[in-house]
Structure formats: structure tokens, C-alpha cells
Design a protein around this ligand. Structure first.
Ligand code: TXA
Ligand code: MG
Length: 322
């Protein structure tokens, strides 16, 4: 398949390009597009054949459900049972890297929600994504636009490397802002809200707003986010974690990524000035070091309780335990 690529203005997306991409979505094809978190691989969420193509293009297990991306809150009422908690969060925070799991209505094909009776919904905070959803007139199902298991793509080149020849179109909206995926919470039971995946939206803000603690579902629970079962976010070379205060790991031909200087001389390193930049650049750093044929990557374990640290720690932990 020939993949069309198009540069698009991030703040003011060109209507001709959006129209072309929306036609592909309406016709059951796949378009990769930028969101504020990572690039998504989009298809018409209400078309089971189109959704099937997402799983094929990514090599993703089909029991791992997709997030439905919407451009306005009215759309949400057609898709899921909206409760008061959802109303509050959507009004207050959307568009944002915050995904809500709610009871699905029958209009959502089982393929899109991995056979579950719930569905995950989010309004992305990116003008290109919003314009594409709006113009398609459909909710867009979109996982991260990487081959299954690989680090999520945070720029056009990463999407192109994984998806060229597999999908109809890639929109190049430059580098993303957040760099790790959205926070996913299950709010089907407002009395017991579950943190399914920490991510770009802070737990603290949610807990302050809802005046409740977000519980982590236990590993046996069916409520867990199915995606968390699979190998994730990992480059093709081993990732090792270094916690400050512990002995610095020494390997031949390793690369380093973190905030603080590594404790030994290391051939190549990327140092970020804060947690936010660390999250924004982590996956791109993984892909860069892998391309440059380092034999492994040492990642500093980020401490602290800033907005995104929980999500960042989650991604580093998963990347390192494969
Ligand atoms: O930031 C993001 O969320 C990106 C961008 C493209 O929006 N998307 C993304 O999608 O990360 P994906 O498919 O890579 O991750 C979706 C996560 C998975 O862990 C999946 O299991 C979970 O959401 N999920 C989806 N529907 C669910 C449901 N009904 N119940 C529980 N978990 C669900
Ligand atoms: Mg993903």
C-alpha cells in the first residue's frame, strides 16, 4: 500500500488536508494523526471492518480495546452512559490527556471495545486531531500509531518508520507536547474510581476534584485495563533502570537518559531539565539509541510527585521489564 504523507499546520490545520484525511476515515481506511500525547492510528470507531484494520496494521491482540476519540461532548452521549462524574470531568478538563471508561451503548461495535461492555472515550487537546474527528463526522478509534509493543510515536518519523506501507495516510503535525499516553480511569462506578493507566493527566488533580482516592485494580481483576497485560513501550535493546543512591550499572556501549548526570562516563547521554521534558522525550530517546546501535539504555528513575511522574515511572518500568 502507498502511504500518503502530508505536513499539516498544528495550530491551523489546512482544510484541504483535513478533508482528504476525513474521506479516508469515512471510507473505512486508516490515518495516523498527532494528538497532544502521542500519535494515534485512527479509523471510524463505528465501522468494525475499519477497526479490524487497526489491529492488523499494528499487530495488536484483538482483545485489547481501543479509545474512541471525540470532538465534542454531545458525541459522548451517543456512545456511552454518561454519569455525573463523567459530566464533571468532561466539562472541567476536556480536551485533555484524560480517558474515561464508561458503560458502552450498543452503537459501539464489540471489535472497538475488545468485547467488553465498557468503552474508553477521550477528547484530545490537539487542533489537527479535533478537526479530523469533526470533519469525519464519526468518533475515531485510535491506539498509539506504533507496531504493537514498540515505544509510542511522538513525532512523524517514528510513525513513518513503523507504519509506512501499512496505512493510507500519515499527518505530520510535528512533535507532540506530552509524550506519554493519556491517563485512563474507570468511572463506571462513581463510588469506586479505578486508575487503569497513569499517564499525561495528574492523579492529584483528579483526586482533588472528585474528593476520592483512585484505586489501582488488583492484578486478577477483570476490571484492569486489558492493555496493561502486554509487553509495552520497549525498544529492541534492553532498558535498565538506575535509581539515584544505587550503584550505577556499567555496561559496554550503553546510552543514558535522565535528568541528573550519570555517575560514570557514558558514550551518549540525553539530559532533560525537568520531568515534563523527560516524559516528552523518553520514547524518542529510546528510538534514537536503538537506531544508533547501542547495546542497552540506562534510564534514571524519576522521583517526585509532579503531574506526570507517575505516568513516566509506569512507562519506564514497563519498558525495562521485558
Ligand atoms: O494518549 C492516548 O491515550 C493515545 C492517543 C492516541 O490518544 N492512545 C492510546 O491508545 O494510548 P492505546 O490503544 O495504546 O491504549 C489504550 C488503553 C489500553 O491500555 C486499553 O487496554 C485501555 O486503554 N482501554 C481501552 N478501552 C478500555 C475499556 N473499555 N476498559 C478498560 N481499559 C480500556
Ligand atoms: Mg499503545
Amino acid at each position: 500500500m502507498m502511504t500518503i504523507t502530508a505536513k499539516i499546520n498544528k495550530k491551523n490545520p489546512e482544510p484541504e488536508i483535513i478533508s482528504q484525511a476525513a474521506e479516508i476515515i469515512k471510507n473505512g481506511g486508516l490515518v495516523a494523526f498527532p494528538t497532544e500525547t502521542v500519535y494515534g492510528l485512527g479509523a471510524d470507531a463505528l465501522n468494525p471492518q475499519a477497526v479490524k484494520k487497526i489491529y492488523e496494521a499494528k499487530g495488536r491482540p484483538s482483545d485489547n480495546p481501543l479509545i474512541l476519540h471525540v470532538a465534542n461532548i454531545n458525541q459522548v452521549h451517543e456512545l456511552v452512559e454518561v454519569n455525573e462524574t463523567a459530566e464533571i470531568l468532561m466539562k472541567k478538563f476536556w480536551p485533555a490527556p484524560l480517558t474515561l471508561v464508561l458503560k458502552a451503548k450498543n452503537i459501539i461495535p464489540l471489535q472497538t471495545r475488545g468485547g467488553l461492555d465498557t468503552a474508553a472515550i477521550r477528547m484530545p487537546n490537539n487542533p489537527v486531531a479535533l478537526a479530523l474527528i469533526e470533519k469525519s463526522g464519526k468518533p475515531i478509534a485510535a491506539p498509539s500509531a506504533n507496531l504493537s509493543g514498540r515505544p509510542s510515536p511522538t513525532d512523524f518519523e517514528s510513525v513513518f518508520n513503523d507504519m509506512n506501507g501499512r496505512i493510507e495516510m500519515i499527518l505530520d503535525g510535528g512533535a507532540v507536547e506530552v509524550g506519554i499516553e493519556s491517563t485512563v480511569i474507570d468511572i463506571t462506578n462513581p463510588k469506586k474510581i479505578l486508575m487503569l493507566r497513569p499517564g499525561g493527566f495528574s492523579r492529584e488533580i483528579l483526586e482533588d476534584t472528585l474528593k476520592t482516592h483512585l484505586e489501582v485494580p488488583d492484578t486478577q481483576s477483570k476490571k484492569r485495563s486489558p492493555g496493561t497485560r502486554y509487553r509495552h513501550y520497549a525498544p529492541n535493546i534492553p532498558v535498565f533502570v538506575w535509581k539515584r543512591g544505587e550503584k550505577f550499572p556499567e555496561f559496554n556501549n550503553s546510552a543514558y537518559v535522565g535528568i541528573n548526570e550519570p555517575e560514570i562516563k557514558i558514550k551518549e547521554k540525553i539530559l532533560f531539565s525537568n520531568i515534563k521534558d523527560f516524559a516528552q522525550g523518553l520514547f524518542a530517546a529510546f528510538r534514537k539509541f536503538e537506531r544508533e546501535n547501542f547495546s542497552c539504555i540506562i534510564v534514571e528513575w524519576p522521583e517526585g510527585n509532579e503531574d506526570i511522574s507517575e505516568g513516566l515511572r509506569d512507562r519506564i518500568f514497563r519498558a525495562s521489564r521485558n
